[in-house]
Design a protein around this ligand. Sequence first.
Ligand SMILES: Nc1ncnc2c1ncn2[C@@H]1O[C@H](COP(=O)(O)OP(=O)(O)OP(=O)(O)O)[C@@H](O)[C@H]1O
Ligand SMILES: [Mg+2]
Length: 404
Amino acid sequence: MNRKISSEDIATLKSVKSQISRLARLVGVQANSKKLTTEGDQRVDKSEKKVRGGTAKKMSSQDVSKDFLVGIDLGTSRSVLVGEDGTKVVVESIVGWPRDIIGIKVIGQAIMFGKEALAMRDSLEISRPLADGVIKEGKGRDQEAAEELLRHLVEQAGVPQGRNVCGVIGVPAKASLKSKELLMDIAQKCMRRVMLISEPFAVAYEQKKLSNSIVVDIGAGTTDLCAMKGRIPDDDHQLTINKAGNYVDGVLVEALKKQFPDASITSLLAKQLKEKHGTVSQPRSKIVTNLRVNGVKEAHDITDSMVYACSRIVPDIVEGIKQLLLTFDPEFEDEVLQNIILAGGMSQLEGLPAAIETAFKDFGIVKIQTVRTALYNGAEGALRLGMDIPVQHWDKIGFLDQDS
Ligand SMILES: Nc1ncnc2c1ncn2[C@@H]1O[C@H](COP(=O)(O)OP(=O)(O)OP(=O)(O)O)[C@@H](O)[C@H]1O
Ligand SMILES: [Mg+2]
């Protein structure tokens, strides 16, 4: 059907064009700024959960289309989806299938995800399909698990009937072309349109710190550092350190076993203790927790082991920031030092910003900021970018083209 082009249409086209060219120039933020919903002051439980609602974002021209936009952060430890209506879904990145007929009877379903799967792990064939933030390749049922996990996230988002899911997915800055293609293939099975973007870029985008800043994303498998220079980061401006949450868990297990040889210590317990008490500085009061000795719970002071284990990631992070700082022109260094952003689950360690600031005390004024919602920030940044670029232009943002 032919329709006259109105001045409104021309204005819309101009706005779209200017947004794209802005991104193409890889400069900051949105021309047609639409506020992404967050939960405002709502308390966010750190466990696996789905939060619906919050302050739903205002309807805009893009909403009346059939597309339903989501931002996704597939993590080694947890996967997060944030929907354009404010829905948030968090699932531990674990998939399980019943091992046998008894398992099917016990479980009563063909597949389980996240904490549920973990709780029933003895009856299940378990897959943790992501390693270092990318889908494991060529191993058992990991690819199938990754697809199921993605589908589960999307299903949990409760997308209104008749809407087509379009997702922006963060992948590690240094993901290989092969791993990005694999993710793209899988994602396209569950979504109408998919755009992949670099995870640290998503964090920086959400923080509106796309230039003269350094993002440090401390996850479970890796710590990813990225120097933001007003463009999509290339290989020389990114670093990956294989020390993050899992590494700290391992160090904590060893330290606790050494300190309390008779106590039962597992990696899962160490992770839970770290999430509750993790700190890189001496806390005001001792960290005392019950550990089982010959099955009996006894109080133990774990302060020293905790501080020791958590502190072990600090030197590498400091070294990484120093290396990336050198990639900026000297006249920008002051600004960069005041724009260091910590993200990822491990950024919640007590005392971490202060410890990094102390390490840079000879460099002048240093400001380390921790993102407000460590759990959702990557997915929120991905969604925000998706909302700023009309879906039909997503394929022009060529992160998939970059091979690292
Ligand atoms: N409150 C907390 N204090 C300290 N550590 C925490 C806290 N909450 C979560 N973590 C740790 O953060 C890590 C998970 O962070 P995140 O969800 O960012 O990782 P991921 O994205 O799954 O992993 P990756 O980025 O390596 O793929 C885990 O090691 C977890 O134990
Ligand atoms: Mg991550």
